[in-house]
Design a protein around this ligand. Structure first.
Ligand code: UDX
Ligand code: ADP
Length: 458
């Protein structure tokens, strides 16, 4: 069968996989290929157990895979055969050399750019899908055109705004699709090619275009704003705890002002996920490079409050449990960085688990989707940790439960049964404020919500 367009994505991760599955699902006239250097990951995409858990993803992969959606490790062939190439490789925080711990590590996209240059024999549109520092497209253009082989490469920026756990919904019905391009004839033509793809299912007024640098920067700014909202509300939780105010009541009162808005104001244990911290640190590094120290300090504070919130959670546990946790058994309810995903990247649970182990806690970890990732994250710390999927069995015999992930199922558990199975006095630290605190208190628990007065029997 002859397809109208041949689209390639390099990088079959949390962004590349679902995004390409959605394009294939909405556009049966296009052939979509996804490649990755990791053969295990590709084998999983080709199996009945996909490498990531995302509600609704299995269904759309099932109807497209083998028809117009293909997963492969043959990157070179794929580069030759496709005109539109999305780059969705990882851009983690650099762990070495200049900018270690702050700057984005660009080695993966640079390798990809060189590989594209080497194996291209005709015009290509290169789409930056991963989140990059501003001006990455400029570097990419330089690499792609440095052999002067006459092939034209148009680099466009199309940042992905999906959130994990709701990726399919976000891709199917995005708030906006942003496409940034060069304002040359060829750049604008490349932009229009991309607009044509998304216009197959996204209303035209939600597809916005801009210059390429604005597009690159918009993604970083969007994540910085979102993370800032979480840090802003979290920054008031200690004050609420000291002053008997209730952060949920405060958030409701503040969020009803439409200029503020009521979304993304859930106070908790702190944000996790692969994007917020990495992107803010990359932004902060970039500002410092440009000598914009005041701007850098302002945004760095968002990350600092987040670190403070995680540490505060552990110290609250320590103080509440009579200043010693050594030998006590604590169960973490949830390990994923948020509900409805198995992803644990930058999850506050990792920090909390490590700190509790330092306090010589016997740790039990339960999570419906993230236990395999949790085991990987805590490699080397296995002594003193048990992983149990059933929350009732996990909590049995424990001194305390710490709610780290807001899985819906936790609110529906029989806490009388759980209380009866625990050591006494029994404690609950609700890092997500999802439980019925009054009822738990009446059951016998000592309850420590986040940003609300504690309910204790002492
Ligand atoms: C985020 C952005 O939302 C998305 O647009 C971007 O493309 C990638 O980064 P993601 O990290 O998948 O998406 O999840 P998100 O829902 O934003 O949550 C991030 C973290 O903030 C989670 O740990 C979540 O629990 C926390 N959070 C979010 C809160 O603590 N309170 C809130 O009110 C909202
Ligand atoms: P994201 O959350 O941004 O999608 P992931 O880490 O989930 O990030 O996915 C990035 C994917 O990119 C990984 O599967 C990784 O193996 C892949 N990758 C990294 N470098 C290359 C490369 N040079 N060629 C092909 N795939 C790559």
């Amino acid at each position: 069968m002859k397809f109208e367009k041949n689209i390639l994505c390099i990088g079959a991760g949390y962004v590349g996989g679902p995004t390409m599955a959605m394009i294939a699902y909405k556009c049966p006239q296009y052939k979509v290929t996804v490649v990755d250097i990791n053969p295990e990951r590709i084998a999983q995409w080709n199996s009945s157990t996909l490498p990531i858990y995302e509600p609704g993803l299995d269904e759309i992969v099932k109807v497209t895979r083998g028809k117009n959606l293909f997963f492969s490790t043959d990157i070179e062939k794929a580069i030759r055969e496709n005109e539109i190439i999305f780059v969705s490789v990882n851009t983690p925080t650099k762990s070495f050399g200049a900018g270690a711990g702050m700057a984005a590590d660009l080695q993966y996209w640079e390798k990809t750019a060189r590989q594209i240059r080497e194996h291209s024999t005709s015009h290509k549109i290169i789409v930056e899908k991963s989140t990059f520092p501003v001006k990455t497209a400029f570097a990419m253009e330089r690499i792609l055109t440095s052999t002067h082989n006459g092939i034209i490469f148009d680099v466009v920026s199309n940042p992905e705004f999906l959130a994990e756990g709701t990726a399919v919904k976000d891709l199917e019905n995005p708030d906006r699709v942003l496409i940034g391009s060069r304002e040359t004839v060829s750049g604008l033509k490349a932009r229009d090619e991309l607009v044509e793809i998304f216009a197959k299912w996204v209303p035209r007024d939600r597809i916005i275009t801009s210059n390429i640098w604005s597009s690159e920067l918009s993604k970083l700014v969007a994540n910085a704003f979102l993370a800032q909202r979480v840090s802003s509300i979290n920054s008031f939780t200690p004050l609420c705890e000291k002053s008997d105010a209730d952060i949920k009541e405060v958030a409701r009162a503040v969020g009803m002002d439409p200029r503020v808005g009521d979304k993304f104001l859930n106070a908790g244990i702190g944000f996790g996920g692969s994007c917020f911290k990495k992107d803010i640190l990359s932004l902060v590094y970039m500002c410092r490079q440009y000598g914009l120290d005041e701007v850098a300090d302002y945004w760095e504070a968002v990350v600092k409050i987040n670190e403070y919130q995680k540490e505060r959670f552990v110290l609250n546990m320590l103080h509440a449990m009579f200043n010693t946790l050594a030998g006590k058994k604590v169960c973490l309810f949830g390990f994923a960085f948020k509900a409805n995903t198995g992803d644990t990247r930058e999850s506050p649970a990792i920090f909390v688990a490590r700190r509790l182990l330092e306090e010589k806690v016997n740790l039990v970890i339960t999570d419906p989707k993230a236990l395999n990732n949790a085991k990987n994250d805590l490699k080397g710390f296995e002594t003193g940790i048990t992983f149990i999927e059933d929350p009732y069995k996990a909590a049995s015999g424990c001194d305390a439960i710490a709610v780290v992930t807001e899985w819906d199922m936790y609110a529906g558990l029989d806490f009388e049964k759980i209380y009866d199975s625990m050591a006494k006095p029994a404690f609950i630290f609700d890092g997500r404020n999802i439980l019925d605190h009054k009822k738990l208190y009446e059951t016998g628990f000592n309850v420590f919500p986040t940003g609300k007065p504690a309910l204790t029997h002492f």
